[in-house]
Design a protein. Structure first.
Length: 211
């Protein structure tokens, strides 16, 4: 069977361009793998929870596996294609290290801003908490920018699953102005989002909601 992902058939305007099906879409485009998309209306349904116990998207299935979590899905796509992930053991572990870092060391800080300023903006403490959330995020971004250094990608000249996931995570800051204070990271995200595979993935992601 052609690899298939599930995602929402509709989301509010503010969420368009940010739903995590964008990550496997991008990976598919990078490796040149055709794929199918199954659109769902209710991620909390019993049927969907059989595939994704937390009621989220995306999920993925092919002839051999059925999995959830965007990081695991991107890794499956890369390994199945033999692309985006080095075969050399040390370089492979470096790429996997950055994929894990994107999801565990950076994304929680990015999501904290979205939760505070969007999803919990009506709480009485949200405005007061904004400064602390920004301070914590800025410290984490400063660490990441220092680690990136002068290279185009996290591991030098080679774009890997680590970069795909890190750029995707940092893309969650699109429109906030936060990256303006981190020129190297801003340029890094721009390089990633300017890749033809990302542009195609984003166009297809947005086209879902246009219909």
């Amino acid at each position: 069977m052609i690899p298939t992902i599930t995602t929402f058939g509709w989301v509010p305007q503010f969420a368009r361009g940010f739903v995590r099906d964008l990550r496997p879409r991008w990976a598919f485009e990078e490796v040149g793998q055709p794929y199918a998309v199954e659109l769902i209306k209710d991620a909390k349904s019993t049927e969907h929870r059989r595939r994704q116990p937390f009621g989220q998207v995306p999920t993925y299935r092919d002839d051999d596996v059925a999995i959830f979590e965007s990081g695991a899905i991107v890794l499956r796509i890369a390994e199945r294609a033999g692309q985006l992930i080095p075969s050399d053991a040390p370089a492979r572990m470096q790429a996997l290290q950055w994929l894990a870092a994107a999801l565990n060391s950076v994304e929680p800080y990015v999501m904290a801003l979205a939760i505070n300023d969007i999803f919990e903006a009506d709480r009485e403490w949200s405005a007061a908490r904004h400064s602390k959330v920004i301070d914590d995020l800025n410290r984490r971004l400063a660490d990441l920018e220092a680690a990136l250094g002068d290279g185009p990608w996290l591991d030098g000249d080679t774009f890997t699953v680590g970069d795909l996931m890190m750029v995707s995570v940092l893309g969650g800051l699109r429109g906030t102005g936060v990256l303006d204070g981190f020129p190297a990271l801003s340029a890094y995200v721009t390089r990633g989002e300017d890749r033809p595979a990302h542009r195609k993935a984003m166009a297809d992601h947005l086209a879902t909601f246009a219909t």
